[in-house]
Design a protein around this ligand. Structure first.
Ligand SMILES: Nc1ncnc2c1ncn2[C@@H]1O[C@H](COP(=O)(O)OP(=O)(O)OP(=O)(O)O)[C@@H](O)[C@H]1O
Ligand SMILES: [Mg+2]
Length: 398
């Protein structure tokens, strides 16, 4: 399980350390930085897939994603006595870098951090805007300390801790555009890197499901065993049938009944392998096909299939699952999320008070960490925690 998420210089997240519990809810007003937290987590996951440089380019490049405020905010700037301006950079000032990382809640699991910056001068390349990975580190447990550091990358050089406690250089130089997690995979000299990479590759993200008339979830599908619902929900019927066969089908029907009293879902499998989801509702003579379900009903079924996956991921991140659901459905959705958090660590980004209240009511005491973001002088902060409730965090450099 992750104990901490840390982000620096990413959009309005100038310096944010978020304590994580089994179930963490990130909330806050418009523009406070919720979506940025979600996107920062996605970027971290893309590091392990080898796609972080491309993802940054899709977001408009490193320069547009970096914190746009001044490096230091003086008291006089806050009081409005002087204009907000960048302070003159000293030669000794470290360059501004995008930093992402997480800590682990137990000592035999691994923490990781990456720092991405602008490229050094390169005489013969057309890719002068490509950001570069400057620094990476893998350590054991919650915090990076000299004693917990296991593998370190500085520029192109990689070194790892030996069994005797010393250091050894590892492998070939790592190219500036790649993470050591994807470039170096030697189970003997650095098994922790493989373990970490596989863990991060297992993280699962669900964002807005499409439910319009042409949405993938409304089309009939060839069904194959589907323990993990796809991100667009196209394989909903197969995922539901898989839950019936190898997962908790009773919980699925209970979740449907919880939201739509008296309703049940069924999967029709035709001889040519096509699967179709149907829903029997109170008062109707025939079941309704997915094409006939309302947007909210279909979306609720999609969340049900995602959250009751028979193969729970190490981490599940949900972005605004309340979207287009009637407030009356939110308590049932909250109960599903709390149930999922029994098997998986869950982070929910939400601005629906009813959903947050439902999570609060359904979660066991102490199992829910609520993070209320606010924007203070352009910078995202955690409004509901005191300084001593925010875990210590150290980046690889400085
Ligand atoms: N490079 C940047 N530097 C500083 N702040 C930025 C930068 N890019 C975007 N922002 C600000 O970051 C803030 C956070 O945006 P974000 O989309 O995360 O908010 P949100 O909490 O998801 O809001 P909503 O509820 O409206 O979706 C916005 O107010 C935006 O103006
Ligand atoms: Mg948002």
């Amino acid at each position: 399980m992750l104990s901490t998420l840390a982000i620096a210089n990413y959009r309005s997240l100038r310096q944010l350390t978020v304590p994580l519990a089994r179930l963490t809810v990130v909330t806050g007003p418009n523009g406070s930085g919720k979506s940025s937290v979600y996107r920062a987590m996605r970027l971290l996951a893309e590091v392990a897939q080898g796609g972080v440089v491309r993802s940054l380019a899709r977001e408009g490049g490193l320069s547009s994603t970096l914190w746009a405020g001044p490096e230091r905010i003086s008291a006089a700037m806050r009081r409005g006595e002087v204009a907000v301006q960048g302070t003159a950079r000293k030669r000794s000032d470290p360059p501004v870098r995008l930093k992402l990382g997480f800590g682990a809640s137990v000592a035999d699991a691994f923490g990781y951090a990456i720092e991405i910056g602008f490229p050094a001068e390169m005489p013969s390349s057309a890719f002068t805007l490509d950001p570069e990975v400057k620094h990476e580190a893998v350590w054991s447990g919650a915090q990076l300390r000299p004693a917990t550091l296991l593998v370190e990358r500085e520029g192109a050089a990689l070194r790892g801790r030996t069994d005797a406690g010393g250091w050894q250089a590892l492998g070939r130089p790592v190219p500036a555009w790649a993470s050591m997690l994807t470039e170096f995979a030697d189970p003997r000299s650095a098994p922790e890197m493989l373990a970490l990479r596989e863990q991060v590759r297992g993280w699962r993200f669900y964002d807005h499901f499409r439910t319009d008339a042409d949405a993938p979830a409304r089309q009939p599908q060839l069904g194959t065993r589907t323990p993990v619902l796809s991100a667009d929900g196209a394989d909903l019927a197969a995922a539901v049938q898989t839950i019936f066969e190898i997962g908790d089908g009773g919980a699925l029907q209970a979740a449907v009944d919880d939201a739509f009293p008296g309703a049940r879902v069924e999967v029709q499998c035709s001889g040519d392998g096509r699967f179709a989801l149907q829903m029997r509702q109170h008062g109707l003579l025939r079941p309704l096909a997915t094409a006939e379900l309302s947007d909210g009903t279909l979306r609720y079924l999609l969340w049900t299939a995602a959250l009751l996956s028979p193969r729970p991921p190490p981490l599940l991140v949900l972005n605004e699952p309340e979207t287009s659901l009637h407030p009356d459905l939110l308590p049932a959705l909250g109960r599903l999320v709390v149930r999922a958090a029994r098997d998986t660590q869950v982070i929910v980004v939400s601005h629906a008070n009813r959903l947050i209240a439902a999570l609060d009511a359904a979660a066991e005491a102490g199992a829910l960490q609520s993070i209320a973001l606010e924007k203070d002088f352009g910078e995202t902060r955690i409004a509901n925690l005191d300084l001593d409730e925010i875990p210590a965090w150290h980046w690889p450099t400085r």
